[in-house]
Write a protein that binds this ligand. Sequence first.
Ligand SMILES: C[S@@+](CC[C@H](N)C(=O)[O-])C[C@H]1O[C@@H](n2cnc3c(N)ncnc32)[C@H](O)[C@@H]1O
Length: 325
Amino acid sequence: MSIVWNDKGFQLNGTQFQLITNLHDLFALKDQEGLVLGKPRDLIETYLDLFSDFSAPRIFELGIFRGGSTAFFNELLRPEKLVAIDFMEDARPGFKNYLDTGANAASVRPYFQVDQADKQRLDEIYTSEFGSAPLDLVVDDASHMLEQTRISFNFLFPKLRPGGFYIIEDWSWAHVYDPGKIFDKNFGGQPPMSNLIIEIMLASAYHQRLIPELRIYPTYAIVRKKATRKPAPDSILPSNASCAEHALEAVTCSAEKDLKPSIGQMVLAAEVVLLLREVANFLRTNRFSRDDCRENRGNTFAQDAPPTQKARGFPRGPEAFAGRS
Ligand SMILES: C[S@@+](CC[C@H](N)C(=O)[O-])C[C@H]1O[C@@H](n2cnc3c(N)ncnc32)[C@H](O)[C@@H]1O
């Protein structure tokens, strides 16, 4: 693998990639513009670093657009097979050209007119391309809508192998500085996708062996999967969730009313999330079952918890995490 940066983007294995981060410029491009990636340089550098020692024979990508990212992952990781889906009618000329002439393009299997929220179609594609073999990498850069992205996550995350990565790009569109109102025009009025990232964070407390690591960057998030003794649950989010996650639904619902919370609200929300995580850990440490949670939901834990919990109170700070892996 050889990468050479230049003023338009970079060359990888002799193929030129153009980087465009501004959504307005990306959508205004003419069709003859070649292989265009809608990603910033720092994300490309994160990928170079993350995958420097990573083997990914089977990749599933959501969101093709001009095909730059599909060709990039294909050139970088040289998978046996890379399946990519998109809502669009068909491949753009630059991508078609790569598929027809690229020396390594035979491994790319693009599917158009596929909705990432269509679980049945995703299942058909996954099964016909991979059988039941596990995926090594999933990259979701498609709708950036909460519900659609959640459906894809719940379907594809269980298909990942232990040690595989699930990457969600552009999770923070509801909160970024957007003077040109570009995100507003594209996503305004939709529930923020940050809800999903918080759900995954809380799911990582509940399914600690399954999601041992979640890295959150300002605009993208990387979830790592690990082995678990139990088979992966069919649905990771949010119905298999703990009491703390149920409580979080209330927090995120109220956050949705104001799509751009103030810094104060976000700090408060972050504190609530930390507290909820401690509660989740506490409940697990005390083998408090989900049925108990359901019975107690709607009550305040402090007043209505079983006697042992009342007597001991909630651990705070490092104590709450002591002895936990
Ligand atoms: C930001 S672009 C992807 C760019 C590409 N991954 C890259 O980095 O260059 C988002 C793509 O997602 C597609 N998309 C939007 N909603 C979708 C959905 N519900 N299902 C599948 N694809 C969708 C759009 O057609 C668009 O091509």
